[in-house]
Design a protein around this ligand. Structure first.
Ligand code: NAP
Length: 297
């Protein structure tokens, strides 16, 4: 496993961590898979209050050392007191005293970002969180969030990024590189759609994988983490997938491979294109995506 610096902090995190959205179907096996991932160097684990997987993560890391825990506060909890309460609930669910990276899950234009960041900074002061991150922020939203954060830096922006979803290359990626903000690539395996047989994309990725004696997932993850400031958090529910993903760092894609990846055409529809902003009109889509029917304000 290779490590990368987190934002401008002096600390490093693994280039490949563990995503946990949609875990909870076979908790026992999933906890075992997370532990396998940790033992293979995937010591960053990403969860969110909205995923309802914090307790699974808590159980998986209970006797582990050196794990970096990232979780998220939902946009309907961006009011000052709501952020504090959500953090306390997450700490309890995870069974830890400090969250390493606390992230705003999606921009919420209905609540002033200064209010949300005041709460995040208070949590840093109290030692309940170590670092502040955001998710799904565009460049303007990032600038606003940076301005609202007085004594801390925004260390990361978690965004959808994969060989199938490359929208962030239009601006967010460059801005984050310039500002030394880590990009945490979510849905790095296009939620499993890389494996849709009979597509051009499947053939192209298959050809590259064959050249390197690797799998399609390993090619897709290697492509992401070979970029500066980018780390990836694939979700895997089994030992086999977890270990395969962990072993994605130790080869180098050639110019020919990169050109082939650039030629991929796909009908894949990123989550982010359906949900540019968290507003009343998108909140139900958001809730559905998260498999929840909670009422969002
Ligand atoms: P993903 O990681 O792109 O894909 C997960 C799918 O790929 C699962 O079906 C998984 O199957 C399969 N898979 C994993 N490893 C594989 C391998 N080696 N070979 C074949 N198939 C493999 O999708 P994701 O869960 O959407 O994204 C990852 C994480 O990003 C999430 O879990 C979450 O932590 C985060 N995320 C964040 C946001 C946000 O708004 N911040 C949004 C979406 C996701 P199995 O489960 O059967 O192993």
């Amino acid at each position: 496993m290779i490590s990368k610096q987190l934002g401008k902090t002096g600390i490093t995190v693994p280039a490949i961590g563990i995503g946990t959205w949609k875990l909870g179907i076979n908790p026992e096996d999933e906890i075992k898979a997370i532990k396998d991932g940790i033992s293979h160097g995937m010591t960053l684990i990403d969860t969110a209050e909205m995923y309802h997987t914090e307790t699974i993560v808590g159980q998986a890391i209970r006797s582990e050392k050196g794990v970096f825990v990232a979780t998220k506060v939902s946009p309907n909890h961006f009011g000052y007191e709501d952020v504090i309460s959500a953090c306390n609930r997450s700490l309890q669910n995870l069974g830890i005293k400090t969250i390493d990276l606390y992230q705003l899950h999606w921009p919420n234009p209905n609540i002033p970002i200064a209010q949300t960041m005041r709460a995040m900074e208070q949590l840093v002061k109290e030692g309940k969180i170590r670092h502040i991150g955001v998710c799904n922020f565009d460049v303007d939203e990032l600038k606003e969030a940076q301005e609202a954060t007085k004594s801390n830096e925004i260390v990361s922006n978690q965004v959808e990024y994969s060989v199938f979803a490359r929208d962030i290359e239009e601006g967010v990626l460059q801005y984050c590189n310039k500002q030394k903000i880590t990009i945490i690539a979510y849905s790095p395996l296009a939620r499993g759609e890389l494996y849709n047989e009979g597509t051009d994309a499947f053939d192209i990725l298959g050809k590259i994988a064959k050249r390197h004696k690797r799998t399609i997932s390993q090619v897709a993850l290697n492509w992401l983490i070979s970029k500066p400031y980018v780390i990836a958090i694939p979700k895997a529910a089994s030992h086999q997938h977890m270990v395969e993903n962990a072993n994605s760092c130790d080869f180098k894609l050639s110019k020919e491979d990169l050109d082939d990846i650039d030629s991929i055409k796909t009908n894949f529809r990123p989550v982010s294109s359906r949900l540019n902003k968290f507003t009343k009109s998108t909140s139900s889509v958001w809730a559905n995506l998260m498999d929840k029917s909670e009422n969002f304000r």
